[in-house]
Design a protein around this ligand. Structure first.
Ligand code: IMP
Length: 423
């Protein structure tokens, strides 16, 4: 049993990471979220009830496991407090189980307002409007506020005052920005801080010492590889590093400690928000997958764009993440198809390649080259063993494994905790 595992999404997010983290958690002592913020919506079905977690790691439903919100995240304190309240209300014991890094950055009301203003423009990115990008901008511009800064109210007040001045000059026509009052922001911020102060620790030190004591750690990525700020379809990406490399930056655990990287993908592809999507199906088939897969954003409720599995992108994601094994989710959504397409090459102006490209302009004009496989036409939702699976599904799995060079170790066959099959 390895000590540190990174679980990362191989597509544009929404691969079913929540369910899989929940499922794998009992084998670990600590689960760590290493990037992103409340833009994520990790869905877990626990005791027949559906929960959507935005910030607290999806291991929280496993008894005694510790949950760490790492330094690489951007934290909306209100969202965190709401989530804590919901979990407490459901009887989940959170005592001494949730920790927040002193080095994580704080999302303030103006980050969310800027995100919404940018999204009202014609060239919008389709963000979740949770203030993620603007908060990371402040982080990298060195004008942000870290959790540990909250123990220095005067420093925080000065930073916010300066930021508001800059914002009011930049957004001259925004009433919302101009009505922002520093006293209100500070009052809310410090009231919220009082409520979560006890969760704040030096998570790098905690994780390092835990590892040295032999604790097993699961790193939970949010979003997905194709939304990575460097390796995704820029500018239609999120502002952090969902890839496995981001797990080290976002937690402080060194790369030499990581034992394996589990990549998770859907048996087809979805994307929310704007941006190129080579295998998108803007037809009845796409609509069918949307409905059958209940493909609506867990955070925003937006319908997701649906398409066939893109193996060119999947192989690229496997290489960037150094994936050692894969999990395929939502396999049951494809149960009824006679034929299933998988994209094996890109056709860019007549030139074929099996190498993924991140140039959004080129991706827009790229056509998929498909290999058609036979569907399995069988309800797998009740299967619990590999030997029960239909032959054509085994062939589908083998095709993906051969193309990517990575083994699939689990497939999920339905939304509940129990519906997965070990391969
Ligand atoms: P942001 O992360 O809110 O800035 O949004 C940037 C892009 O990432 C948009 O296309 C969002 O739809 C997408 N995105 C952000 N979080 C998620 C997620 O958890 N699942 C899927 N897409 C996401």
């Amino acid at each position: 049993m390895s000590k540190i595992t990174v679980l990362t999404g191989l597509q544009w997010g929404d691969e079913g990471k929540g369910k899989m983290i929940d499922l794998l958690s009992p084998k670990y002592d600590i689960v760590v979220r290493y990037q992103g913020g409340a833009n994520a919506g990790h869905t877990i079905v626990f005791n027949n009830k559906k929960y959507i977690l935005h910030l607290i790691p999806s291991g929280i439903f496993t008894k005694n496991i510790k949950c760490v919100i790492g330094n690489g995240t951007v934290v909306d304190l209100e969202a965190l407090i709401d989530e804590i309240e919901i979990l407490k209300h459901e009887g989940i014991n959170l005592n001494n189980r949730v920790f927040l890094s002193k080095d994580a950055h704080i999302i303030l009301s103006y980050h969310k307002i800027i995100d919404s203003i940018n999204e009202s423009k014609e060239d919008k990115l389709g963000t979740t409007k949770r203030g993620i990008g603007p908060c990371y901008i402040d982080k990298y511009a060195r004008t942000g506020i870290k959790v540990q800064d909250l123990s220095h109210p005067e420093k925080v007040s000065k930073i916010i005052e300066k930021n508001l001045e800059v914002l009011k000059n930049s957004f001259r026509n925004s009433e919302e920005i101009h009505s922002l009052k520093i006293e209100v922001i500070l009052d809310k911020l410090f009231t919220n801080y009082e409520l979560i102060k006890h969760l704040v620790i030096d998570t790098q030190d905690y994780l390092y010492k835990s590892y040295k004591k032999g604790k097993r750690i699961l790193m939970e990525g949010a979003q997905g590889t194709l939304l990575d700020i460097d390796f995704g379809t820029y500018p239609f990406v999120t502002s952090s590093h969902p890839i496995s490399g981001g797990a080290c930056i976002g937690s402080g655990l060194p790369p030499t400690f990581v034992d394996d990287v589990v990549g998770i993908f859907k048996a087809y592809t979805t994307r929310v928000g704007e941006g190129p999507f080579v295998t998108e199906l803007i037809d009845e088939t796409g609509q069918y997958i949307l409905k059958k897969g209940n493909e609506y954003g867990a955070t925003t409720g937006r319908p997701r764009r649906c398409g066939w599995l893109d193996l060119v992108a999947l192989k690229y994601s496997c290489s960037i993440n150094g994936v050692t094994s894969m999990i395929m989710t939502k396999t049951d959504v494809l149960n009824d198809f006679d034929k299933i397409n998988v994209c094996i090459k890109y056709d860019i102006n007549g030139k074929k390649t099996d190498r993924f490209i991140t140039d959004s302009e080129l991706l827009k004009i790229t056509k998929p080259v498909y290999k058609q496989l036979n569907g399995w036409k069988y309800d797998i939702s009740k299967c619990s063993k590999k030997k029960d699976l239909p032959k054509n599904l085994i062939k589908y799995i083998s095709f993906i494994e051969n193309y990517t060079g990575v083994k699939i170790k689990f497939i999920s066959s339905g939304p509940s905790r129990e519906q997965f099959i070990k391969m």
